[in-house]
Design a protein around this ligand. Structure first.
Ligand SMILES: Nc1nc2c(ncn2[C@@H]2O[C@H](COP(=O)(O)OP(=O)(O)OP(=O)(O)O)[C@@H](O)[C@H]2O)c(=O)[nH]1
Ligand SMILES: [Mg+2]
Length: 304
């Protein structure tokens, strides 16, 4: 999996590190132009305007304070600063000490929710937990079948109703079934596409209420699944979700393998008070990992 990180982040590394190295090659002098170029590289690496500007401002201070002499050393310092940001991320999972834990997966259409349900389910099962899937996406044609196929191949039971039925009812049923069968973790897939965004948010709120009513407590995890390819736009999109679903407990970044925009993880960690719990680095069920700050930095900025 560690090689997967490096492979998966290759495009992002080429994008950021390639250009940082080119910048160092211009010359060893730390000038105002160096900082300007650096800021531009960071912004266009999907680190976001705000975070990029803050990073460069902090770097300027550090260069003075530590009497850093050349551009290579300054870039090393930058790597340290970025590591400092991502290091606060704690990807530990919330698991109920007794009885059932409920994990809800939400996000817009096509980001990889259903695939991620399968990946996380497989991971937990490998750790010796009894897991079950709930087909909460009753909206998209084929969604239930997609989850059932995953369930069959992973030997994980799937609770579903027919297409078009009320997702809240399916989820209610699955919680009952999970409890009756002594399941440790119930993973609930949800629809990403409804008639519009407002409907999507309302649906998620309703689902959340059903879980609370049935179980008397909030889901142990509400994962907001985000396609890394959306780059710095992900921050605004995540903020909109959080406004509507304030109980989101973790982010999952998918498709990191297919994008040069992996830098987007940095402002997410810095500006949202919600940790990245998993990253997905491919379509295979095993292509998932906890977010490891050091590996991430090595993946995007190379070895120190
Ligand atoms: N390369 C790559 N592809 C992925 C990853 N995660 C998911 N995919 C692919 O993305 C596509 C959409 O995945 P789904 O899991 O169906 O996405 P979804 O969010 O459930 O989609 P809707 O149910 O339509 O909202 C599929 O072709 C997946 O194989 C990943 O980490 N890397
Ligand atoms: Mg889906």
């Amino acid at each position: 999996m560690l090689d997967k990180w490096l492979n998966g982040l290759k495009k992002t590394q080429e994008n950021i590190l390639g250009r940082l190295n080119a910048l160092i090659k211009i010359g060893p002098t730390i000038s105002e132009l160096f900082y300007e170029n650096l800021e531009e590289i960071l912004i266009s690496s999907d680190i976001g305007v705000k975070t990029s500007m803050e990073l460069v401002a902090t770097l300027k201070d550090e260069v003075k304070k530590d009497k850093i002499k050349d551009t290579q050393e300054a870039i090393n310092k930058l790597r340290e600063l970025i590591l400092g940001i991502v290091k606060v991320n704690n990807s530990e999972l919330n698991i109920s000490p007794e009885g059932l834990s409920v994990y809800l997966f939400i996000g817009v259409n096509g980001v990889g929710k259903t695939t991620t349900v399968a990946k996380v389910g497989n991971l937990l099962q490998k750790r010796g937990l009894k897991v079950m899937f709930s087909a909460g996406d009753t909206f998209r044609a084929g969604a239930i079948k997609q989850l059932k196929i995953w369930g069959e191949s992973l030997d994980i039971p799937v609770i579903s109703q027919q297409e078009g039925s009320d997702p809240a009812a399916v989820i209610f049923d699955s919680i009952e079934a999970a409890k009756a069968r002594g399941i440790d973790v119930l993973l609930i897939d949800t629809a990403g596409r409804l008639h519009n965004k407002k409907n999507l948010m309302e649906e998620i709120k309703k689902i959340n209420k059903v879980i609370e009513r049935e179980d008397g407590r909030k889901p142990e995890e509400i994962f907001l699944v985000i396609d890394s390819g959306t780059g710095q736009n992900a921050l605004a999109s995540a903020e909109e979700f959080i406004k509507n679903v304030p109980d989101i407990t973790g982010l999952i970044l998918t498709k990191l393998d297919g994008t040069a925009k992996g830098g987007m993880a940095i402002p997410l960690i810095k500006d949202l008070d919600i940790p990245i719990k998993f990253v997905c680095l491919g379509e295979n069920v095993k292509d998932i990992s906890e977010f490891i700050p050091e590996k991430f930095i090595e993946g995007i900025l190379g070895e120190v």
